[in-house]
Design a protein. Structure first.
Length: 303
């Protein structure tokens, strides 16, 4: 009988791709949804509502694996006090609800796998290459990721193997990060943000989905893993490549930091700063990236 994987955030950018990968590899998929959706032979939808602290219990009880991808977008809206609370709770609260159902029903899993982010190392730009042993930062992103991972760590108390995938910028055709910036570059108005020296740790969505698949089948995987390419790509590098691929050289001046801060407020730090990230741990676990050249990856993602 096929093993079942329950996804939170299964209808999002990464979740849709991951659903396809899981089905292709013989798993059935369950997805928690806030709206009513029609089941298919391979996908079962269950209702959940975080505001009401509600998850259909059968979604948890029928799962062999749970992958937690859900979370409000980091750069979707200005970081007001209310927005920051929503960003944190959308990541932590689902795990707490899942934990309570697992514990109350004495339910075990083959593994619990949670998304996390390289933001745990802080929104700063330096020459340090962050590894999984690098201490977490004390800024908003760092603290959010710490609490996100601490919630996931509760699952280990139930004797369940737990994996945390620290993700950078996810690239894919017409989706994710590129969907936000492509229109201006396609129109010939691409520009470098701030100094352009901020690093952009990235990964292609197909590689990310394969890492999640590996976390399912590789019973030796446990704890945190960085899921990014270590290639020193900066905002300036990516911007120039995108412009080149669209047939022009960047002609606009860098967008000044003060204008970005004026427009985005405190959220501006998420686009003006960025760390270098090591992927050696996941490589030593046997994972091979298929997309490891930024220009080639971007060229496959143009629309």
């Amino acid at each position: 009988m096929a093993k079942n994987v329950l996804l939170t955030g299964g209808t999002g950018f990464i979740g849709k791709h991951l659903t396809d990968v899981l089905i292709e590899n013989g798993f059935t998929v369950s997805i928690l949804s806030r709206s009513i959706r029609k089941n298919t032979p391979a996908i079962t939808y269950y209702k959940w509502n975080l505001k009401d602290n509600f998850i259909e219990k059968d979604a948890i009880l029928n799962a062999d694996y749970i992958i937690h991808l859900a979370g409000e977008g980091i750069v979707e809206k200005r970081w007001t006090k209310k927005r920051k609370k929503a960003i944190l709770e959308s990541r932590v609260k689902p795990i707490e609800l899942i934990f309570s159902i697992l514990k109350e029903n004495n339910k075990t899993l083959d593994a619990f796998i949670s998304a996390s982010a390289v933001g745990i190392y802080g929104a700063i730009t330096s020459q340090e290459i962050c590894t999984e042993k690098t201490p977490p930062a004390n800024d908003f992103l760092g603290i959010t990721c710490q609490q996100w991972e601490q919630a996931a760590d509760q699952i280990t108390l139930l004797g369940i193997r737990t994996v945390k995938i620290r993700t950078g910028i996810v690239l894919g055709k017409d989706e994710g990060f590129l969907k936000k910036i492509m229109p201006s570059f396609k129109a010939g108005f691409g520009a470098i943000l701030g100094s352009g020296k901020q690093y952009l740790p990235w990964i292609h969505v197909e590689d990310l989905c394969q890492i999640y698949l590996k976390a399912i089948v590789d019973t030796e995987m446990q704890g945190a893993y960085n899921a990014t390419i270590t290639d020193n790509t900066t905002n300036a590098t990516l911007s120039r490549i995108l412009a080149h691929l669209y047939g022009y050289a960047i002609w606009l001046p860098n967008i000044p930091e003060f204008l970005i801060k004026l427009g985005l407020g405190k959220m501006s730090i998420a686009v003006l700063e960025g760390q270098r990230i090591s992927s050696e741990k996941i490589k030593k676990a046997g994972f091979e990236f298929q997309y490891n050249d930024i220009e080639a990856t971007l060229s496959t993602s143009l629309s």
